[in-house]
Design a protein around this ligand. Structure first.
Ligand code: ATP
Ligand code: MG
Length: 364
C-alpha cells in the first residue's frame, strides 16, 4: 500500500494543502504547533473512520469555518484508489473511488495504516484499559466482526450491571433475566478472549525481534494475555466463565456490578521476565511501544497481503542514536510518514517542510 497524496481544506490549522508522498520514509519537518500531527490525524481518519485524538468531527474544522474536506489517493489491491471525507455543518459525505458510501464501516479496511502517537506510550505504564484498547483497535482492523462482538459485549454488560445494581439496592430483579444476560455475556467473552489470544500469538512472532534489535540484543520482550479465567479453547473459557459467575453470584449482588468479563483483562508485557508496568524507563517504554507498532504492521501485512502505511508521530525523541538508526533503517522499505522538529540525517528521506499549516517539499 502506498499513500500518494493528501488534499485537504479547512482541516484544523490546514487552510488548504496538497501533499505528495514517496514510497519509503517521508519526514514532516517543522517547529512546534505548525500542523505536523494535524496532517497525520487527517490521513489516519481514512484508516479508523474517526480522529485518533478522539474528538468529534466538528473539532476538526478550522476555526471560523463550517466544514472541512479531505481526500487521499493511494495504491492498493494493484490499483490506484481514492477515499474522501467531507463534513459540513453536521452533515457527512464519504466516498470511495468516487462513489458515495453510506456507513463509515464501508469506508474502512481499504486504506490501512499503523499509527504511533506519543499518547500510545501510556500503553506500557497506563491503566489496563490502554492495553485493551490497543488490542481492540488492532484486532478490529483485521476482523470486522470483532467490533460487533465487542459492541454486543458492552451492551450485555450494561444490562447485566443494571440488574445487579437494582439487586444491590434491594429492588426487584428477575433471576431468569440475569441468567439470560450471563449466558450471553459468556458467549461474547469467549469470542473476544479467543480473538485477543490469537492476536497476541501473532504479534509475538514479530515484536520481540524488534525489541531485541532495538536494545542491542539485551532485552527480551514477552507478551501474555492476563485474565481471571484460564483457558485456551472455547470450551475451557466458556466453562471457566460459567463457573466463575455461578460461584461469584453472591459477591456480584453485593457489589452491584459484574466482577468477571473481558473488560477486566490485561495484556502483560515483560522485558527479561520483569513486568514493564512498574519498571520500564522512558526509552524502554518508547521502544516497547515501537516494537509493538512495527509488529502490528507486520501482522496486518501477513493477514491482508499489503504493507500498511506507518504514521509515526514524534517517534524519535528520547531515543538514543542506535535506536533511532534501527527504526529508520527497518522502515526504509516501508512507506513511513514521520514527524520531526529536527532534521533526520541518517536516512534517505523525502522531506516536507511544515510551516503554519503549509506543506512544502524541500531538498535537504
Ligand atoms: P508539535 O511539534 O508541537 O507536536 P505539530 O506541528 O504537530 O506540533 P499540531 O498538533 O499539528 O502541531 O497543531 C498545529 C496547530 O493547529 C496548533 O497551534 C493548534 O492550536 C492548531 N489547531 C488545532 N485545531 C485547530 C482548529 N480546529 N482550527 C485551527 N487551528 C487548530
Ligand atoms: Mg505534533
Amino acid at each position: 500500500m502506498i499513500l500518494k497524496s493528501l488534499v485537504a481544506t479547512h482541516f484544523r490549522n490546514i487552510d488548504q494543502c496538497e501533499i505528495h508522498f514517496t514510497p519509503g520514509v517521508n519526514v514532516l519537518l517543522g517547529q512546534n504547533a505548525q500542523g505536523k500531527t494535524n496532517a497525520l490525524e487527517c490521513i489516519y481518519l481514512f484508516a479508523r473512520g474517526k480522529s485518533f485524538r478522539s474528538v468529534g468531527d466538528k473539532e476538526l474544522v478550522q476555526f471560523g469555518q463550517k466544514g472541512f474536506s479531505a481526500e487521499i489517493s493511494f495504491f492498493a489491491e494493484k490499483r490506484e484508489q481514492t477515499l474522501s471525507y467531507r463534513y459540513y455543518e453536521g452533515a457527512r459525505r464519504r466516498c470511495r473511488n468516487g462513489a458515495e458510501v453510506d456507513k463509515v464501516s464501508d469506508m474502512l479496511g481499504h486504506f490501512r495504516a499503523v499509527l504511533f502517537s506519543p499518547d500510545h506510550l501510556q500503553l506500557v505504564k497506563g491503566s489496563p484499559e490502554e492495553r485493551r484498547n490497543f488490542l481492540n483497535i488492532a484486532i478490529s482492523q483485521l476482523d470486522r466482526s470483532y467490533i460487533q462482538h465487542y459492541a454486543a459485549f458492552r451492551r450485555i454488560l450494561d444490562n447485566r450491571n443494571y440488574l445487579l445494581k437494582n439487586a444491590q439496592k434491594g429492588q426487584y430483579y428477575d433471576v431468569n433475566e440475569l441468567q439470560a444476560w450471563t449466558e450471553q455475556l459468556v458467549e461474547e467473552c469467549v469470542y473476544i478472549t479467543l480473538a485477543r489470544q490469537d492476536y497476541i500469538r501473532r504479534i509475538s512472532d514479530f515484536a520481540p525481534h524488534h525489541m531485541r534489535l532495538l536494545s542491542g540484543e539485551r532485552e527480551i520482550l514477552k507478551l501474555a494475555y492476563e485474565s481471571a479465567i484460564v483457558g485456551e479453547t472455547a470450551d475451557e473459557i466458556k466453562e471457566g466463565y460459567t463457573r466463575a459467575f455461578e460461584a461469584g453470584l453472591k459477591k456480584e449482588l453485593q457489589a452491584g456490578c459484574s466482577l468477571y468479563g473481558v473488560h477486566r483483562d490485561d495484556l502483560r508485557l515483560t522485558l527479561n521476565d520483569i513486568d514493564t508496568r512498574s519498571f520500564a524507563s522512558q526509552g524502554q517504554q518508547r521502544s516497547v511501544v515501537l516494537a509493538l507498532k512495527m509488529a502490528e504492521g507486520e501482522v496486518c501485512q501477513a493477514f491482508c497481503g499489503e504493507v500498511p502505511v506507518y504514521l509515526f508521530d514524534d517517534v524519535l525523541s528520547e531515543l538514543d542514536e542506535k535506536r533511532r538508526a534501527y527504526i529508520l533503517s527497518a522502515q526504509e522499505n516501508r512507506q513511513t510518514i514521520v514527524t520531526s522538529c529536527e532534521k533526520i540525517s541518517s536516512v534517505t528521506a523525502h522531506t516536507i517542510e511544515v510551516v503554519d499549516g503549509q506543506f512544502l517539499p524541500r531538498e535537504v
